[in-house]
Write a new protein. Structure first.
Length: 201
């Protein structure tokens, strides 16, 4: 059987060796999470904690916004949200919030700022502790102002790369917006739109 250039691959021999255990791989590991307050971020964190309870501390980058502190935002918006209902119901809200102090460290910052807006001392303290970066941040509005979209989705990613390098060339698990074809219909190619870099159809 000839393998196609793009298509199914045929293994010449069965896989051997120990199976990869995601649970063992994540056990005790600490992660930096960006965009955790968004819809996808909350679901990601909730599923991670639920499926792999042995995971280490999660360091959440969070803008304080209208709150006194980023931790207050975590308590009032994040921990009380639906993806954490399991813990809310099983522990009670106050116990869940207290337990969250063992699971999360909140970094008051902003992805649009160099260094993610976090003081150097905080990054120095995390070096050697964090195993990877989960980046689920991003502007997901279909028609955002261009400067806002570029600040978060493009320049922000450069800030994320800088921090990952600074923390020891950490791997980045990155998500990106999937709705990029605008109002076009039919087959949409992946060729770069050189003629019009920001088409709105």
């Amino acid at each position: 059987m000839t393998a196609l250039a793009r298509g199914p691959r045929v293994l010449k021999a069965p896989l051997s060796g120990p199976l990869l255990s995601v649970e063992k791989t994540l056990a005790g590991k600490e992660f930096l999470v960006l965009g955790g307050t968004g819809f996808l971020g909350k679901v990601t964190v909730g599923m991670l904690l639920h499926r792999y309870p042995g995971v280490g501390k999660l360091h959440l980058l969070m803008r304080r916004g209208k709150f006194r502190s980023a931790w207050q935002r975590l308590e009032e918006e994040f921990l009380r949200s639906v993806p954490f209902k399991h813990w809310q119901d099983s522990m009670g809200m106050e116990a869940w919030i207290e337990h969250a102090k063992t699971l999360f460290e909140v970094l008051d910052g902003d992805i649009t700022l160099p260094g993610l807006g976090v003081p150097d001392e905080s990054w120095n303290a995390l070096k050697g502790r964090v195993s990877a970066v989960f980046n689920v941040s991003g502007v997901v509005d279909f028609t955002p102002p261009l400067d806002e979209a570029l600040d978060v989705n493009c320049r922000g990613l450069q800030h994320v790369l800088d921090i990952a390098r600074r923390l020891g060339d950490l791997p980045i698990l990155h998500t990106s917006t999937c709705f990029v074809a605008g109002k076009m219909s039919g087959t949409v190619g992946e060729d770069p739109p050189d003629h019009k870099p920001y088409p709105r159809y």
